[in-house]
Structures are given as C-alpha cells and as structure tokens.
Design a protein around this ligand. Structure first.
Ligand code: GLV
Ligand code: GLV
Length: 319
C-alpha cells in the first residue's frame, strides 16, 4: 500500500513502514508541503502522515478515495477535521505520551527564562552591556513558593504541575475533570477560570484549541490577572488573543509572557510581541527533544502499520 509522509521525520518511521512492505512517498524538501502537491499525492494514498502544519479537510478527503488513516505527527490535532475523516471512514491518530515530558520541560524553560529574565541578560551580556555586578540589575520573580496555575490538566499540564513540587509551588488548575492524584499528592486545587486568573503568579496553558478555548486569554482575562504574573503558552497560539496580550503587557496588566506557539504561525515580522523585553519566544519547539521526536515518528509509523494491517491503531483520536 502507499503511504505519504508530508515531511522528512527523525528516527526509524520510514524504515518501519518500508519493512512492512509498503511504498513510501516522502516530501523531501524541508518545508511545509505545498497544498497542490499534497492534494495530488493523496489521490492514491492508503495512509497519510501529517504534521500540524498540514490541513486535513473535506477537500483533501474527497481527493483521497483509498485513504484509511491520517496519522498526525503531533498530539494536538486542530489541523484535522476529525468529524469529516470519520464520515469518510478514515481513522485519525495522534502522538500523545511520547512528547509529554519534553513539552513540560520546555514549558518550564520558558517559565524560568521569563521569571529570571534570562534572554534579556543573555542579550545584554552578549552586547558587552554588562558592566559589573549591580544590586538592581535584572531583578526578576521568584518561582519558589509561587502559585502555578494550570489551564488544562491533561497529560502535559499534569507533567508541568509535577515539576512544580521541587519549587514548593502552590498548584491550581482548571479542567472539566478533577485530577485526584494531583489533589492528593501535590495538594493541587481545582478552581474556576476566574480564580485561576486571579490567583496565579504563573499561568500555563495546556488545553487543546477548540471553539470553547479560542482566545480564552483575551483582554478581559488579562485584566483579572495579577500585575506581576507571567503567561506561558506552549499549547496552541489560538488560545491567546495576541493583540490583547500586547495591550495587557504595555498597560502593565501582567508582567511577562513565554510563548512557544503563535497565531498565525510563524508570527508575522511586525508582531509587536516579538520585540518586547518581557516576552520570551520559542519557535514551537515543545516536543523537540531527540527522544520525543523519535518517539512521535515511531508511534505515527506504528499507527499506520496497524491500520493497514486491519488492526487497531495504538493512539486513535476519538470524536
Ligand atoms: C505540537 O504542537 C503537538 O501538538 O504535538
Ligand atoms: C494533551 O493531549 C496532553 O497530552 O496534555
């Protein structure tokens, strides 16, 4: 059978699929596959491995009569119209678990960089502007015993919260469901969204992008936050209204932000958030560790192999 992979992946994914006697076509250029090329390549594809930058919609599905599986190389799947896939009898899978710890690490890297102004300090030192120790140089925020708010206590949100134990942080979370282990072992407390906003020193977003979470961080939300609080977003750019975030930072409604994701992505050059000292930027590298990316590739490939063999995939997306 024919498997289309929209971009070169790390690890052994391609070999695994070839070893299972399938034909593989890979988009070899290291850029997002042009839409026209994708649409032409799926015409006789039985399986498709997509990235979060590839849109899977009714148009694509109509063009792909043999398609049995879309295996997303990501845990988030807002790039896929899962309902339309279901209607076309196409199974969808994602890559949970294998990237949880790496993404939690990156979340912490942003949190610590913002709190202790690491990027500002780096730039200053690099430019030779560090002229000697000063009592007032780059004073930041404490992580120790601060309050960490987790918006979305899924796998990644929980992994972020677990790391907070070493910093003696108070953990608050907002989720549709209680997190018993967190409540028992970390004293995490489930609160409503307004209390999460009002009480968090660090607010970290870990919810999927849905109609109900779109731009949940808007000006009204920022107004409810502490003036010295820091927003971290390593989930999806669409959760944050970027114009409102900029306004909230300029007006001093919050102190800083650490962003791994943007809307649109990449951010436009003239996005004013890009040139603010109190904003730390990462280029959507949450899952970018060797183990995590290899694990994602392996899992996506195994999902494809399973479905083409007529057995259940390991990590189906349920509608
Ligand atoms: C990355 O953003 C992912 O969803 O895996
Ligand atoms: C989301 O699916 C997560 O892993 O937190």
């Amino acid at each position: 059978m024919k498997v289309v992979i929209t971009r070169k992946l790390p690890g052994d994914a391609e070999q695994m699929i070839r070893n299972a006697s399938h034909d593989v076509w890979i988009h070899e250029d290291d850029c997002v596959i042009p839409r026209d090329l994708l649409l032409s390549k799926v015409q006789d594809a039985d399986a498709l491995i997509t990235l979060l930058t590839d849109k899977v919609d009714t148009d694509l599905l109509k063009n792909a009569p043999n398609l049995k599986i879309v295996a997303n190389y990501a845990v988030g799947f807002d790039n896929i119209d899962v309902k339309a896939c279901c209607e076309h009898d196409v199974i969808c899978t994602n890559t949970p678990d294998v990237l949880t710890e790496a993404t939690a690490d990156l979340t912490w890297a942003l949190m610590m960089s913002c709190a202790r102004r690491i990027v500002e300090g780096h730039k200053m030192t690099e430019k030779g502007q560090y002229k000697g120790w000063s009592p007032s140089l780059l004073i930041g925020q404490d992580l120790w015993e601060a309050t960490l708010g987790i918006f979305g206590a899924g796998r990644i949100g929980r992994a972020v919260a677990k790391r907070a134990k070493g910093f003696n942080m108070k953990i608050l979370y907002t989720d549709a469901f209680p997190w018993e282990e967190g409540e028992n072992e970390l004293n995490a407390r489930r609160v409503d969204f307004d209390d999460l906003l009002a009480e968090s020193d660090f607010l970290s977003l870990h919810a999927p992008l849905l109609e109900s979470t779109k731009k949940i961080m808007n000006y009204a939300a920022f107004k409810k936050m502490k003036k010295n609080s820091i927003l971290i977003n390593a989930a999806r750019g669409g959760l944050v209204d970027e114009a409102d975030l900029y306004r909230a930072l300029v007006e001093g409604e919050i102190l800083g932000a650490g962003l791994d994701v943007y809307d649109p992505e990449p951010p436009e050059k003239n996005n004013p958030l890009l040139s603010m000292d109190q904003v730390v930027l990462a280029p959507h590298t949450g899952s970018a560790s060797v183990n995590s990316r290899n694990g994602m590739a392996h899992l996506a490939a195994q999902n494809v192999i399973n479905v083409l063999q007529g057995i259940d995939p390991l990590t189906p997306i349920k509608v």
